[in-house]
Design a protein around this ligand. Structure first.
Ligand code: 0A1
Ligand code: ZN
Length: 880
């Protein structure tokens, strides 16, 4: 229980730092039990800051101070004070050299912030505030300094010693030790500091930048993983080229190092010249990784690489500006991946994630703006809002400016702010200045939380050939923001004629023949606005929010037939998919309300037509034919009907299986794996469509489907097919499930990442004894509470990826989660807090479940010595 609630940090309290640091010299004597860190800092008073009381306060956590000196003079204890997380120096000169020596204990660090041990390797994670667990410093992003880092360690145990920047020295020392020295010429904030020491091997390559710089590329892994780095390396080189071509950005050091570690709280980290990655986003071989894993690797490798400019060269002034680097970098990765693969499918996948995670966040007690105004624990703000909604804001700016002006604006941003720590306001100002557009109202997107809802209605006047669209916007209240202002929203629309073709669009007030492009970007600014199109003879079907041009919800009263029409004809692939999703959502919700509801024949016909379309892009088809998830359906209901949703979705699947049996079977047969494994978009599309059809077939009562599944599972063609079959067999239950589970474990027990899948497939099983199985797995010898990937694959997968079983009416899932959170909090508060999000939206459920979740949250909040991380999530979830 918290006696004194922890204090929030407020954006409005931001003040420039009173002291800055020019150069930093760090010396590490590395050892997992006791590591010594010597720091030499050239500190000076910031001329641009208001002069305060003359004290210098340095951050430090869990550090044992052994020496402190100013300009070579050791300080007696009377000249400084150490409190829990601060070291205060009373009275210091305007410019001086500060020397400290501290001792830290990496092997005891289970929070994985600062210097820690992952397996036999020592590594660091400093974003956002981990550097203060390494040495005393001004641990805030607006203090940028140049670092030189020397590392000393036992040579046989730690033959590889890495840090930021370029290598400048390496030599052997007495007693089997060695030293490596690294220098980073670019000023950087503490959060980008990194070091790694381990017995690692590397895959090497090289890259020639557009201007002729030669860069050595290395991916460091444990020896047994050397054959799993090709895809990551290939993706890195593609990302480097793309950034030169698309944004004119080149890499700037002589080396680019990536290290894969098995213990990591997030996906990866963009430390300057030394990216540290969760192994999940590096290691892949066709027999160990699914297509989704390969795509994940391509995306995360690119994301971290792109940070070199959007994050590292130009960084954040303070953590409220996190979206400055994250939103822009996510957007850059989304566009890169779209250019490298299938643009339409990438957009669908990104919007799926946005709707599932960000819309959910925006409609619950943890809703916050893209630029939050306060936080208790900054680690809780690496959210879908900051990342994914932040990326949508950049995308809207790109839409509003158009490609030419957007590039002009990013050029200005890179030029003006290189080497600085800036704000989202600085970013928007560059957009504004380069384009001459007024983005005053657009800025509200950064400060206003919540998902805007657009109510669209229309009117057609056949006599005059006028078609009007009336759009009303409304953003529901969020915590602390009861009243919302209208936003500046780019709304892309097209109008389809009866044949399904886009009509040329002319708005009232425009000359005939002026710009009659078939897609128009309407700009909404008012609560209510109308747009009149001329020359529209027949009543069109509007295609709204094409390409998902803004992160909003659109309501327009489409008939089932119109949705089917859009699904078949819309020239916008995204809207073809989205109309299909709206239609199946509508049918499923009707089935929830009325279990005997008859599925419209037209729906099945549209499905059949799609399955028979041999010329279609299979990846897109698979997206279109995938039913909305149970949690998406829950999000559409006033009160989530957990059991009704599950029943309806299963019923629709078996109906489809029965009605379309022959077509589904034909698609499975036609798309069988033939020839060697390839990772082309075409081949990925084949696999995903085939596995989707197999899933439908397994929902029917055809005895052949389980045979097909077992065959596919035994064929071991690739991990995508193995996992698809394993999932289906496990859901099917019975002896075949147990055999497959045992066989898979026997084959992969030594591969941690594949074992994660083995845990997850059991945790997401739809059978009613899943929680019992999950409890059993908690004591499996391969389960580990100190490995975040393992915790996510068991506890996370059950609580966030299995709505039906997690929310079982008896509340057993909630009790399970509360216990796991309380158990994990003292070890790894970040992961504990993230798991707890599974209960944040407890008010959306029926009163019995509400009571059970609330009790579980209260039990967590009553826990002893709670971390700030868990305290913040639990208390905000319970707040009125
Ligand atoms: N900046 C990284 C994300 C990241 C954040 C925090 C971490 O540890 C607490 C680790 C990584 C990114 O966006 O990739
Ligand atoms: Zn990032």
């Amino acid at each position: 229980m918290y006696r004194d609630s922890p204090h929030p940090v407020y954006l409005e309290d931001y003040r420039p730092p009173e002291f800055l640091v020019d150069r930093v010299d760090l010396h590490f004597d590395l050892d997992p039990e006791v590591t010594h860190v010597e720091a030499r800092l050239d500190v000076y008073r910031n001329p641009a800051a208001v002069r305060g009381d003359g004290c210098l306060q340095l951050h430090g956590e869990k550090l044992e101070l052994e020496r402190i000196a100013i300009d070579g003079r050791d300080l007696p204890p009377a000249e400084y004070r150490i409190e829990a997380e601060l070291l205060t120096l009373h009275r210091v000169p305007d410019r001086f050299r500060l020397e400290t020596r501290v001792c830290i204990h990496p092997a005891q660090n289970t929070a994985l912030e600062g210097l820690y041990l992952s397996g036999d390797m020592l590594c660091t994670q400093c974003e956002p505030e981990g550097f203060r667990r390494i040495t005393y410093f001004l641990d805030r992003p607006d203090v940028m300094a140049r670092y030189r880092t020397s590392l000393v360690a036992d040579k046989s145990r730690y033959p590889v010693l890495l840090a930021n920047g370029n290598p400048v020295e390496a030599r052997d020392l007495p007693d089997g030790r060695h030293l490596a020295c690294w220098e980073d010429p670019f000023p950087k904030p503490t959060y980008l500091f990194a070091l790694v020491a381990g017995d690692l091997r590397s895959v090497e390559d090289e890259y020639h930048t557009a201007s002729g710089r030669e860069v050595e590329l290395h991916i460091y892994v444990e020896p047994e993983n050397l054959d799993k780095c090709n895809h990551a390396m290939h993706s890195l080189k593609k990302a480097m080229r793309w950034d030169e071509e698309t944004y004119g950005r080149e890499y700037d050091l002589d080396v680019y190092n990536i290290v894969a570690v098995s213990h990591f709280n997030m996906g990866a980290m963009e430390n300057k010249g030394l990216n540290v990655f969760n192994a999940k986003y590096v290691l892949a071989r066709p027999d160990t990784a699914t297509d989704a894993d390969f795509q994940g690797i391509g995306g995360v490798i690119a994301h971290e690489y792109f940070h070199n400019w959007t994050g590292n060269r130009i960084t954040c002034r303070d953590w409220f500006q996190l979206s400055l680097k994250e939103g822009f970098t996510v957007f850059r990765e989304q566009e890169f991946s779209a250019d490298m693969g299938s643009r339409g499918v990438k957009r669908i996948q990104d919007v799926r994630v946005l709707r599932a995670r960000q819309f959910a966040e925006d409609s619950g007690p943890l809703a916050h703006p893209v630029r939050p105004e306060s936080y208790i624990e900054i680690n809780n703000f690496y959210t879908a809002t900051v990342y994914e909604k932040g990326a949508e804001l950049v995308r809207m700016l790109a839409h509003l400016l158009g490609p030419g002006l957007f590039r002009k604006a990013t050029d200005l941003y890179f030029e003006r702010h290189d080497g600085q720590a800036v704000t989202t306001e600085d970013f928007v100002r560059c957009m504004e200045e380069a384009s001459g557009r007024d983005l005053g109202q657009f800025r509200r997107w950064y400060s206003q939380a919540g998902t805007p809802e657009l109510e669209v209605s229309d009117e057609h006047d056949a006599a005059t050939g006028t078609y009007s669209l009336r759009v009303r916007q409304h953003t529901p209240p969020t915590p602390g923001q009861p009243h919302k202002e209208p936003l500046h929203i780019p709304l892309a629309v097209g109008l389809l004629d009866a044949a399904g073709h886009d009509q040329p669009l002319r708005l009232e007030g425009e000359d005939e023949g002026e710009t009659e492009a078939p897609i128009r970007m309407l700009e909404l600014r008012e609560d209510e606005q109308s747009f009149r199109f001329l020359g529209i003879r027949e009543r069109p079907v509007p295609s709204l929010l094409r390409g998902f041009s803004a992160p909003v919800k659109v309501r327009y009263d489409y008939s089932d037939e119109e949705l089917m029409f859009l699904m078949a004809h819309d020239s916008d692939g995204f809207n073809r998919w989205d109309s299909g999703q709206s239609l199946s959502t509508r049918i499923l919700l009707q089935m929830v309300a009325e279990p005997g509801f008859r599925v419209p024949d037209g729906f099945l016909m549209a499905f059949r037509k799609a399955l028979r379309d041999t010329g279609a892009d299979r990846a897109l088809l698979a997206e279109i034919l995938t039913l909305p998830t149970e949690s998406h359906l829950g999000d559409q209901m006033e009160t989530v009907d957990v059991d009704g949703i599950h029943r309806a979705r299963e019923a629709l699947k078996s109906h489809i299986a029965a009605e379309l049996h022959a077509d589904l079977l034909a698609v499975v047969e036609q798309n069988r794996e033939a020839g060697p494994f390839v990772l082309t978009p075409e081949a990925i599309g084949r696999r995903s469509l085939k596995n989707l059809c197999l899933d439908y077939l397994m929902s029917g009562n055809d005895g052949q489907a389980p045979v097909l599944c077992r065959e596919q599972f035994s064929a071991h063609n690739n991990m995508t097919d193995d996992m698809a079959a394993l999932h289906l067999l496990v859901d099917d239950g019975g002896p075949a499930a147990e055999t497959a589970i045992a066989e898979f474990y026997g084959q992969w027990r030594d591969d941690g990442l594949v074992l994660d899948k083995w845990f997850a497939v059991q945790a997401t099983c739809k059978r009613d004894d899943t929680l019992r199985r999950v409890y059993g797995l908690l004591s499996h010898p391969d389960y580990s509470m100190t490995n975040p990937n393992r915790v996510r694959s068991l506890v996370g997968a059950f609580c966030m990826g299995n709505q039906h079983r997690f929310h079982s009416a008896d509340g057993a899932g909630y009790g399970f989660l509360a216990d796991r959170v309380l158990e994990l909090d003292p070890l790894n508060p970040q992961i504990a807090a993230r798991l707890l999000h599974a209960m944040a939206r407890w008010r959306r459920f029926d009163s019995a479940r509400q009571g059970l979740m609330r009790a579980a949250l209260e039990r967590v909040l009553g826990g002893e010595n709670l971390s700030k991380d868990v305290y913040e999530v639990a208390s905000k979830s319970l707040a009125d």
